[in-house]
Ligand binder design. Structure first.
Ligand code: DX5
Ligand code: ZN
Length: 225
């Protein structure tokens, strides 16, 4: 665990959509390493959020890479539009993809980092055959669809198991965690092997998103120092 750097990815899902520019500036000031963008289509998850035009606007104002999380039923159809709009990292759910290897290759060919996401009920074994090919793995620690849900503790064992699987495949790809992360559990997530931490409400539902970002970063750094 020592010597690793942990990146913080504030999720703008919990920000004020009428003031995304200032929300992004605030977390960048607090040391945000990435901006996490949650795309939902009302099919794969019950909620509907944003599409490529908003990603394009966010790209214009952010100084850090965009980490775009596709919670949509047909990622193959939209991957190119999101990369063109400015996604630097693009993650897709294994649950919707019968040809995951093809999708990962497509995302890489578009020039973005390709990530694979597992829902809380999806077993680690779903990654077995793709472990060598992914640029990162995103472990959902809530059921996707909404911000502000409670962290599912079992996700930590999953992180440890996925780290072992990636290591066996000779892949140093980082593991990202998403859902219910705050100051009470970030250290445990990093101890389990997480290197990218998404946080929505723990940052944007506080009076000072800059300070909240910094506090999460410090808490993560304290584990790896
Ligand atoms: C949930 C999204 C998350 C969400 C996290 O479906 O994928 O990125 O914004 O929000 P919090 O940190 O509030 O659980
Ligand atoms: Zn997300």
């Amino acid at each position: 665990m020592k010597g690793r750097t942990v990146r913080i990815a504030p999720s703008i899902l919990s920000a004020d959509f009428a003031a995304l520019g200032s929300a992004i500036a605030a977390v960048e000031k607090g040391g945000a390493d990435l901006i996490h963008v949650d795309v939902m289509d009302g099919h794969f998850v019950p909620n509907i959020t944003i599409g490529p035009p908003v990603v394009k606007s966010v790209k214009r104002v952010s100084h850090v890479p965009l980490d775009v999380h596709l919670m949509i039923a047909d990622p193959d159809r939209y991957a190119e539009a999101f990369v063109e709009a400015g996604a630097d990292m693009l993650s897709v759910h294994v649950e919707v993809l019968p040809h995951l290897h093809r999708t990962i290759s497509l995302i890489k060919s578009l020039g973005a980092m390709a990530g694979v996401v597992l829902n809380p009920s999806t077993p680690v074994v779903a990654l077995e055959e793709i472990a060598a090919d992914v640029d990162f793995v995103l472990v959902m620690s809530v059921n996707p669809g909404f911000g502000g849900q409670a962290f599912i503790p079992r996700s930590l064992q999953k992180v440890t198991a996925i780290r072992a699987l990636l290591d066996r495949a000779g892949n140093h790809a980082p593991i990202e965690i998403d859902g219910g992360i705050d100051l009470s559990n970030i250290a445990r997530a990093v101890e389990a092997g997480v290197e990218i931490v998404v946080a929505g409400s723990a940052i944007f539902k506080t009076p000072d998103p800059t300070a909240a970002t910094r506090a999460l970063k410090d808490a993560a750094a304290a584990v790896t120092r």
